[in-house]
Design a protein around this ligand. Sequence first.
Ligand SMILES: Nc1ncnc2c1ncn2[C@@H]1O[C@H](COP(=O)(O)OP(=O)(O)O)[C@@H](O)[C@H]1O
Ligand SMILES: [Mg+2]
Length: 305
Amino acid sequence: MDGGWQLLGRPSEHQAILSALTDGGSGVMLVGPPGVGKTTSARTVTDSLRAPVHWAACTESSRAIPLGAFAPWVRLSPSTSRDPIAALVSAREALIAEPNTVIGVDDAHLLDQLSATLLHQITIEHAARVVATARSRETVPDAITTLWKDGYLTRIELDPLTKEQCTELVEKVLGGTLEGLSADVIWESSGGNPLFLRNMVEGALAAGNLTENNEVWQLRGPTAVPSGLVALIDERLDRAGDAVVDALKLLALYEPLDLDTLVELGPCVHGSWRSCVIVRSPRPPSGSGSSGSASTVIRTSSPSC
Ligand SMILES: Nc1ncnc2c1ncn2[C@@H]1O[C@H](COP(=O)(O)OP(=O)(O)O)[C@@H](O)[C@H]1O
Ligand SMILES: [Mg+2]
C-alpha cells in the first residue's frame, strides 16, 4: 500500500444527494450509523458543486451553547453580544449572504435548539439549500425532523458497502488482488462499514497480518483492533449502560449463543438489540485465524447493524 487510504466512489448515493439538491428541492438529510460514510459522501457532493458552501460541524460541546453550531457566522457588537435574537439574525445574514448558498450541517443530531431553529427557518423560506447528516437511532431536534417529514428535505439512508464494494475498495488501497477467503473475513468482520473496514485493513497491515504472497494479498492471524476503533467502541459502550454491558460480557464469554438463550438473559438483551450493540453474526469462517470472541465483540458494536 503506497498511496494511503483511498476513496471508493458511491455513484448512486452521490447522485441521489445531488438530485435532492439540484432538482428544485431544499436539500437532503443523510442518515446512517456511525462510520458508514455520511460525512464523506455529503462533502464529496458539496465539493463538486459550483456554489458557495458553508459547513457547520455539530459536537457535544457545541450543543451546549445556544447557536453553537453556527457560532463562526455570528458577528455581534459588544452591546448586542448577549442577545440571542441578534445572534440569530447575524448568523442568518452571514450564512445566506451569497446567492445559491448550500449549508452543510454535519451530525445534525447534535444541533443546539437555536441553530436548529435557524436551519428550519432558512430551509422553509428556501433561503439556502441544505445538506445535513445525522446518526440513525439518535434523537434529532424537532425542528429538523419536521423538515424531512414535511418534505422540505429528502431523507436518504446510507447503507453499508456491499461485499463487492468492500473488496473493490480494499484492492484499490492495496494496489493488488485480495484472496477470496480474506475478502470474506474482511467483509464479515467490518459489516461493510467503511470506518471499520479502514481500521481493520490499516491495523492488519501495521501488525503484518495482511501481506502479499505471489501477487495475492492474504489476511492471516488475529485481527488487530487499532486504538481509534477501540475509542469508538468504548464511547458506544459507555452510552449503552450497565445492563447492556453485562449482556455483552456474557456474550463475549459464551458466544456464539443462539437467540433463545440470549432472550432468556432478559431485558438487558432487549436493550442491547435496541442500542444496537449485539447483532446476529455468523461464526467467522474456519481457518480465518480470527478468534470468535474478538470478531463478535467488534461486530456486536458494529455501527453497520
Ligand atoms: N466512500 C468511501 N471510500 C473509502 N473510505 C470511506 C468512504 N466513506 C467513508 N470512508 C472511510 O470511513 C471513515 C468514516 O467515514 P465518515 O464519512 O466520517 O462516516 P460517518 O460520517 O458516517 O460517521 C472515513 O474516515 C473514511 O476513511
Ligand atoms: Mg460523520
